[in-house]
Design a protein around this ligand. Structure first.
Ligand SMILES: [Zn+2]
Length: 558
């Protein structure tokens, strides 16, 4: 090599190093993650309940951090927040509910037989001998050539659903096998879908028959917090939700079917059949007379923006939720605050770190919005309120990246993917992971439908392609201890701390794996931020059709 060429080589590699250094100057730092969580999960913040004493401090802290980083306000009217008016409803005792079976009244006891509530802001609910319709799994899925409803009219009636989707418990030889993603739960399997479908069809009430395995959790979880519901305030012209919604205990359901001369287990199998059609149960009606207290709560989402240089109207969104569970029953040490340190102060710390490193690096062509939602734990409400009234049009939001719980057990050889096969962002995640010498592993319990249980889902329903990193989606293959150690970490966290007082900041957390996970989003956002690419839902995804409605608005901009 000539001396001159050698010099050129040195100059060139220095230039490359400088450029790379410029773009990647800042790294996600474990120390930063820890310090942010330490503040948000401190006693001062009182468990960050929406509308509670911790909200004001939380909002002030988040706004202060975004401001200090030099980001612009991304909320309503040039401010840092978006108002999220919430409604809390509570059924009062005694709640009178009953099936009438062959003219004989069979009372239904809240928590024991039924776990029911309302999201309608009305003081009293009276249902008088409404007919009861069995709708099977209650799926209306034209893209899967499936319709459980046929010609049935649900107006003024009670719809009884099976939980999960039609192929969940089907054998491999049944016609339904694979029609709903096999073990993977589709949105048709979620109780939220079933309540919404009942509402769209004018039903008075929607009851989902509880089963441990198909629901993914036991009756004690399904019936906890009885009669209490949170919801967003709906626009005046929005469709009314179903009046009463909830779970029916499996035993109560079996009695109901027996009263109508049917066997519940047999009907459950028949509902796997593609020819199944909803039908009214003979000799059976449902009545209820319930008083409801309605409370209004004002809460807020926090939003900041890093404006893009050449395509500022094209949005990449990074998000988490700031809320946790506030105060609860005292634990063995007398602690009442449930600080939500991991869930989701740590995800929020990740979003703040993304803001810091993206701001520190070379400016991007597209804008990045950082959204920290309220009321996730009350039913994804802050993100739902945003999706119902988005500040940045959903059709120009290229992707949402959500952090909700990160593992604190150290570096891992893989990252867990929630929602395999949903969108081509899976490829982005694989490429980003490969840069770190890691691989992508699909979640190990797709039947639990985690894909529908975090805030990214609110955006997905609006058509926005999404990626979620959720530390409890499956055990990571940890560098120290492998998959067994990753599974043990989840078992310990879910068993003892999840939503409890012990989800507290810990100086001994090993956040190296969490920082690498956040770095994956950094790397993907950086790539997409300078790209004209719009990530797509895969064929067969429940969310593809809604995105396609606005395809023209994106193509015209390419
Ligand atoms: Zn969470």
């Amino acid at each position: 090599m000539s001396r001159q060429l050698h010099l050129l080589t040195i100059l060139f590699s220095t230039f490359v190093t400088l450029c790379t250094h410029d773009a990647r100057a800042a790294q996600i730092e474990t120390k930063q993650l820890s310090e942010i969580v330490k503040v948000l999960a401190s006693d001062d913040f009182e468990g960050r309940a929406p509308g509670g004493p911790g909200e004001e401090k939380t909002i002030a802290y988040l706004v202060g951090r975004f401001q200090a980083l030099g980001l612009a306000p991304g909320g309503d009217n040039g401010g840092w927040t978006q108002a999220v008016p919430l409604i809390r409803t509570q059924l009062q005792d005694p709640a009178s509910m009953a099936f009438s079976i062959g003219g004989k009244r069979q009372a239904l006891e809240q928590v024991k037989d039924i776990a029911i509530g309302t999201i309608r802001p009305q003081g009293r609910i009276t249902i008088d001998r409404a007919p009861v319709v069995f709708v099977g799994f209650g799926a209306s899925a034209p893209e899967r050539q499936w319709d459980d409803f046929g010609d049935i009219d649900l107006n003024g009636k009670v719809a009884v659903f099976l939980v999960n989707d039609p192929d969940f418990a089907a054998g491999p030889d049944e016609a339904v096998a694979g029609r709903f993603g096999n073990r993977r739960m589709t949105y048709y399997g979620r109780w939220t879908y079933k309540f919404e479908e009942a509402g769209r069809r004018g039903a008075l009430a929607a009851l989902v028959i509880h089963e441990d395995k198909a629901a993914g959790y036991g009756w004690s979880v399904a019936s906890s917090g009885p009669g209490e519901n949170y919801s967003i305030v709906r626009a005046e012209d929005a469709a009314e939700p179903v009046t009463l919604q909830g779970w029916l205990h499996g035993d109560a359901a079996a009695r109901l079917f027996a009263g109508a001369g049917l066997d519940l287990d047999e009907q459950r199998s028949l509902a796997h059949n593609p020819d199944f059609e909803a039908f009214e149960l003979k000799n059976v009606t449902f009545s209820a007379d319930l008083a409801v207290t309605v409370e209004h709560i004002e809460s807020q989402n926090v939003l900041a923006i890093l404006p893009g240089t050449t395509h500022p109207d094209e949005i990449l969104m990074a998000s988490s939720h700031w809320d946790a569970y506030g105060h609860g029953e005292p634990d063995a040490q007398g602690r009442t605050i449930r600080p939500g340190a991991n869930d989701d102060a740590l995800g929020t710390a990740g979003v703040l770190e993304l803001a810091r490193v993206l701001k520190a690096g070379a400016p991007l062509e597209r804008s990045v919005v950082f959204a920290v939602w309220t009321a996730e734990e009350s039913g994804l409400l802050g993100s739902a309120a945003y999706a119902a009234d988005p500040i940045y049009p959903l059709e120009k939001t290229a992707a949402n990246f959500t952090l909700d719980i990160l593992q604190t057990a150290g570096p891992a050889r893989d990252v867990i993917l929630v929602g395999e096969g949903q969108s081509d962002l899976q490829g982005d995640l694989e490429r980003a992971a490969a840069l770190q010498g890691r691989v992508v592993t699909p979640e190990n319990l797709p039947e639990n439908g985690l894909f529908f249980r975090a805030d990214h889902f609110s955006l997905a329903r609006g058509g926005v392609p999404v990626l979620l990193i959720m530390g409890i989606a499956g055990g990571s293959d940890l560098v120290e201890g492998g998959r067994a150690a990753g599974d043990a970490w989840i078992a310990e966290y879910i068993g003892n701390c999840y939503h409890q007082t012990c989800d507290a900041w810990d100086a001994d957390w090993d956040l190296r794996g969490a920082a690498m996970d956040v770095e994956l989003f950094h790397s993907i956002i950086r790539d997409l931020g300078n790209s004209r690419r719009w990530p797509q839902w895969q064929p067969g995804s429940e969310f593809r059709a809604i995105r396609e409605l606005t395809d023209a608005t994106r193509e015209s901009h390419d």
